[in-house]
Ligand binder design. Structure first.
Ligand code: ADE
Ligand code: ZN
Length: 343
């Protein structure tokens, strides 16, 4: 049974804008894929696997995340993974998803790019038809690899132009500034792709400014360290640059030591276009509903705050304005039913 607050969150139409599809690999599916491909996992049970998800920082998570991704080997695996995520998202009131995938993680070990994109895309199209969830697909470059390798990956995907909406930047942040990928992002933008980047998760506020100035990104993924530079925060407000914040991820990766210390509410009240997202839900203990609920409880968010977060998620999405207006009206209707003034 869902509590009234859970029901309220589910009833708000929401977009999820920061979700790594490889990060939705639940231990149950990992064991199924291991059996299918004849792989012996270093865990005695599903529960033991879940228990092993204790991280001290971003890198300690990435090591386990990349090991898990090795279980994804053919088109059917990527389809099953994506379909399971979309069913879960739909059950929580998610109406639009912008999904990241890391092709280099897969092509480096011999999995064909077509199998990766083909499986993900087939599930996205089915979910659009059957559940009414709309989508965009965003290719992320691994920032711990070279800019030359990122450029080769980009050249490989340009023929898939209409399938991929944009490019992003993920993996180990510290020591890999956005400017390392300036030429790759230039080329991507010239080809009509939208740009986003992880910045200010473990890296400094200066990486956020660099992502905006050098990579010309439309959104910042995470961005919570922006507060270290008050002028940058004023810029985010002024230019209405969205942040795709991932609360449970931030706690599990020790960006904040507890949810009560998270800066999401402060940024929201300052007028930053903050959104809530789940990042890698199979590893961080919850999907979108659990992320909304965790910040609601820890930061004592009002229903009006939650409606604003949902509205921000639609505004920050790459949906056409006409579609955004439709969802704004639907959010307004939920808020009106509760007599909320949230804007
Ligand atoms: N890849 C998957 N999740 C990530 C995160 N939170 N930060 C950087 N790279 C990632
Ligand atoms: Zn991420």
């Amino acid at each position: 049974m869902r509590s009234p607050m859970q029901q309220f969150i589910v009833s708000l139409p929401k977009a999820e804008l920061h979700l790594h599809i490889e990060g939705t690999l639940e231990p149950e599916m990992a064991f199924q894929l291991a059996a299918k491909h004849g792989v012996v996992l270093p865990y005695a049970s599903i529960e033991a696997m879940r228990q092993a998800y204790q991280f001290s920082n971003l890198q300690s998570f990435l090591d386990i995340y990349y090991a898990g991704a090795e279980l994804l080997r053919d088109e059917a695996d990527f389809h099953a993974l994506t379909a399971a995520y979309l069913r879960k998202a739909h059950s929580q009131g998610v109406v639009h998803v912008e999904i990241f995938f890391d092709p280099q993680t897969h092509t480096q070990r011999g999995v064909a790019f077509d199998s990766v994109v083909g499986g993900i895309r087939r599930a996205l199209l089915e979910a659009e038809r059957e559940l009414g969830i709309t989508h965009r697909l965003i290719l992320c470059f691994l920032r711990h690899l070279s800019a030359e390798e990122a450029m080769r990956t980009l050249e490989q995907v340009l023929p898939f132009g209409d399938v991929i909406a944009g490019v992003g930047l993920d993996s180990s942040e510290a020591g890999h500034p956005p400017s390392k990928f300036a030429a790759v992002f230039d080329r991507a933008r010239r080809a009509g792709l939208l740009a986003v980047a992880h910045a200010g998760e473990e890296g400094p506020a200066a990486y956020i400014s660099e992502a905006l100035d050098v990579l010309q990104v439309r959104r910042i993924d995470h961005g919570v360290r922006c507060e270290e530079d008050p002028e940058l925060v004023r810029r985010l407000v002024r230019e209405r640059v969205p942040l795709t914040v991932c609360p449970l991820s931030n706690i599990r990766l020790r960006v904040f030591d507890r949810m009560e210390a998270h800066n999401l509410k402060r940024l929201l009240e300052l007028g930053v276009c903050v959104t809530v997202n789940s990042d890698d839900p199979a590893y961080f203990g919850g999907y979108l509903l659990e992320n909304y609920l965790a910040v609601q409880q820890a930061l004592d968010l009002s229903k009006a705050n939650l409606a604003l977060l949902a509205r921000n998620s639609i505004e920050a999405s790459f949906l056409a304005q006409s579609e955004q207006r439709r969802w704004f009206a639907a959010i307004d209707a939920v808020a009106a039913a509760d007599q909320l003034a949230f804007r």
